[in-house]
Design a protein around this ligand. Structure first.
Ligand code: SUD
Ligand code: ADP
Length: 290
C-alpha cells in the first residue's frame, strides 16, 4: 500500500474545489471582515480525506500538491478535528488542489474531515459560530452544494435548478493571501447581486453571470499581473466567460461543453506554461472524482 492509499477500513470523503462564480463585496463589518454576496458552486476536482479511529492523533499529507501544506496544528484539517472534540484519529489528506488559490482548498478539507468524523467517530456536525471560526468559507464547503453565500460566509441559500457548467480551472502557481486581496480593494460597498433567475439553458446562465462581478479580480490582477494573462488565455481558448475565483489566483473559464473545455485544457497544457490546469464539471451537488 502506498502513502496515498489509506487502509480499506478508513472513512473517505471528497473535498471538492469551491468556485465563486460571482463575488460581490457589499460592505465591511467593524471587525474588518467583509460582507459578501457570492454564487458558489463545487467542482469534480478536489482533495481526498481518509479517517480511521486510532489511539492518538496521526496526520499526514500526501499527493501531488502536498509540498508546503502545513502538517502541524495550523492545518485546517487538524483545527476542524480538534474543534469537533476529536483527539484520536489517523487522518490522511491527499492534496490535489493548489493552496492559497481562491478555491477553498483548506476550507473544503476542513469540511470534508468534519463529514468523515461524523461517520468514523460519530461526532455531531459543527454549526454556527464554531464552524465559521474555522474559516468564512467552511460553512458553504460543508454544505458542498450550489448556494448563494452572504454575510461574511455564514448565510447560505441553496440555489435550486442551477445548471451544471463545463469549466477549465487554471492556477498560475502564485499564492494570493486572502487578507492581501481584501486589503487591496478600494470600493467596499458594491451592489449586491440581483435575484438569481431560472435559466432556460447554459447560454442564458453564462449571459447572466457575465453581468455580475468578482470585486477582488481587478485589485488582484493589479497585484499579480499573471492573473490577467490567465484570463486572456482562457478567452483565447474560447471560454464563454473567464473570471477569477475568490481571492485568486485561480481563474475559471466556462465552456459550452465538457468536450470544448477538455480540448482547451489540453491545448493550454501543451503550451507548457507550468500552470495547474484542469477541465471540470461544476455540478449542483457534491460530486466525486471519476
Ligand atoms: C474570499 C473567499 C470567498 O469565498 O474565498 P478564498 O479566496 O479564501 O478561497 C472567502 O470569503 C475567504 O474565506 P476563508 O479563506 O475561509 O477566510 P477566513 O480564513 O475566515 O479569513 C481570512 C481573512 O480573509 C479576510 N476575510 C475573509 C472573509 C470575509 N468575508 N471577509 C474578509 O475580510 C479577513 O482578512 C480574514 O482574516
Ligand atoms: N488543508 C490545507 N490545505 C491548504 N492550505 C492549508 C490547509 N490548512 C491550512 N492551510 C493554510 O491556509 C492557507 C490558505 O489556503 P487555502 O484554504 O487553500 O486558500 P484559499 O483561502 O485562498 O482558498 C494556506 O496558505 C495554508 O498555509
Amino acid at each position: 500500500m502506498t502513502a496515498a492509499e489509506p487502509c480499506a477500513d478508513a472513512v473517505q470523503e471528497f473535498a471538492p474545489a469551491k468556485i465563486n462564480l460571482t463575488l460581490h463585496v457589499t460592505g465591511q463589518r467593524p471587525d474588518g471582515y467583509h460582507l459578501l454576496d457570492s454564487l458558489v458552486v463545487f467542482a469534480d476536482v478536489g482533495d481526498r480525506i481518509a479517517v480511521r479511529r486510532a489511539d492518538r492523533m496521526r496526520f499526514k499529507v500526501t499527493g501531488p500538491m502536498a509540498a508546503g501544506v502545513p502538517v502541524d496544528d495550523s492545518n485546517l484539517v487538524l483545527r476542524a478535528a480538534h474543534a469537533a472534540g476529536v483527539t484520536r484519529a489517523e487522518i490522511t489528506l491527499d492534496k490535489h488542489l493548489p493552496a492559497a488559490s481562491g478555491i477553498g482548498g483548506g476550507s473544503s478539507d476542513a469540511a470534508a474531515v468534519l463529514r468523515a468524523l461524523t461517520r468514523s467517530h460519530k461526532v455531531r456536525p459543527l454549526s454556527g459560530g464554531r464552524l465559521l471560526r474555522l474559516g468564512a468559507d467552511v460553512p458553504v464547503c460543508l454544505a458542498a452544494t450550489t448556494a448563494r453565500m452572504s454575510g461574511i460566509g455564514e448565510r447560505l441559500a441553496p440555489v435550486a435548478g442551477f445548471p451544471s457548467l463545463a469549466a477549465v480551472l487554471i492556477n498560475p502557481g502564485v499564492q494570493v493571501h486572502t487578507p492581501d486581496a481584501f486589503r487591496a480593494l478600494m470600493i467596499k460597498n458594491g451592489a449586491a447581486m440581483p435575484s438569481i433567475p431560472d435559466f432556460a439553458d447554459t447560454a442564458a446562465c453564462c449571459d447572466w453571470l457575465a453581468a455580475q462581478r468578482n470585486d477582488l479580480q481587478a485589485p488582484v490582477v493589479n497585484m499579480v499581473p499573471v492573473v490577467g494573462v490567465v484570463l486572456d488565455a482562457l478567452e483565447n481558448q474560447g471560454a464563454v466567460l473567464a473570471r477569477m475565483s475568490g481571492s485568486g489566483a485561480t481563474c475559471f473559464g466556462l465552456f459550452d461543453s465538457l468536450a470544448t473545455a477538455t480540448a482547451a485544457a489540453r491545448a493550454l497544457t501543451e503550451a507548457r506554461l507550468g500552470w495547474w490546469i484542469r477541465a471540470t464539471t461544476l455540478a449542483p451537488r457534491l460530486s466525486r472524482p471519476a
